[in-house]
Design a protein around this ligand. Structure first.
Ligand code: GUN
Length: 294
């Protein structure tokens, strides 16, 4: 069994991005600038946004964090989005999700200029991704592809089961694993909360990508000997053993599944760090106007 070290790969990729940024700036280019809007003080979101700001520093990007009150209106948020759309210094920006219930996430996502949508959530980017055109690919699936590439894991002709059908992970992941490219060319099955035979589907899989958000859902009896298991789960369960009072828990029961795998990602330290690097990669592409040149 080989542990997929997302943290190490992410650190290496961040160094490569930083080197490219320094070269860019040395040659008279502009330092890439990522902005993030954070509404309220949700613990998980605070942690993720802090990690994104830190990664910007490591990569040599300018970063701006805009905080809005949890009770702020949808109109206030849309105004900030519009301001960032028009701000010529900002190459890309994100609105950290989830948003409070009184704000429509879809409306906010669609208000973002797709050429600055480094999360890859805007329907233009999602649509272009699904038909294989240059676009900002959403960060988690993109990070998983980079891990498969880094470890040279064969995907062509393999049976890949994606657990979960979210717009951010499950759906794009399935589309990317079936694309005519490497990593891809897999035979993809998507299972979700209404699937009736998840265990049987998983047992046939060469590659399982678990993105359900259900802690320890994938157990050893669901996994074929030699399978590749990618765990996207990051549920914060209360813990008395950690300083933060939380333990990040994946969708895979690691202790019993790992011995059966050829490759497996841990939680934390697997997919999570790669997600942030993918956002950095998209920001660099935005800074270089490599995808959309407006
Ligand atoms: N919330 C959880 N993951 C993400 C992400 O990738 N981007 C944003 N904006 N919010 C998130």
């Amino acid at each position: 069994m080989q542990l997929i070290d997302g943290k190490a790969v992410a650190n290496q990729l961040k160094l490569e991005i930083a080197a490219e940024v320094e070269l860019l700036v040395k040659n008279g280019g502009k330092r890439p600038h990522l902005a993030a809007i954070l509404v309220g003080h949700d613990g998980g979101s605070e942690t993720y946004v802090a990690a994104k700001v830190k990664a910007c520093e490591v990569c040599g990007f300018t970063s701006t964090l805009i905080r809005l009150d949890i009770d702020g209106s949808e109109h206030d948020l849309l105004e900030q989005v519009d301001r960032l759309n028009k701000d010529e210094d900002v190459d890309g920006f994100i609105v950290q999700l989830p948003l409070p219930k009184h704000i429509s996430e879809q409306k906010v996502i669609e208000a973002i200029d797709f050429s600055k949508d480094v999360d890859g959530f805007h329907p233009v980017n999602v649509g272009r991704m699904s038909i294989g055109l240059p676009c900002f690919v959403s960060a988690t699936p993109s990070g998983i592809l980079d891990l498969l590439k880094y470890y040279q894991i064969e995907t062509q002709g393999k049976k890949c089961v994606v657990l979960g059908r979210s717009n951010i992970v499950g759906k794009p992941m399935a589309a990317l694993m079936m694309q005519k490219a490497y990593p891809g060319n897999a035979t993809v099955t998507v299972c979700h909360s209404r699937s009736t035979d998840i265990k049987e589907e998983c047992k046939k899989a060469d590659i399982i990508i678990a993105a359900l958000g259900q802690p320890n859902f994938v157990t050893a009896d669901m996994v074929k000997e030699g399978a590749v298991v990618i765990d996207v789960g990051t549920t914060r369960l209360p813990s008395t053993r950690t300083k933060s009072g939380f333990k990040l828990t994946g969708d895979v029961l690691f202790e019993e599944v790992a011995p059966k795998c050829s490759y497996i990602t841990p939680v934390p330290g697997g997919v999570g760090p790669m997600t942030i690097v993918s956002l950095m990669k998209n920001t660099l592409l935005a800074g270089k106007k490599a995808i959309y040149n407006n």
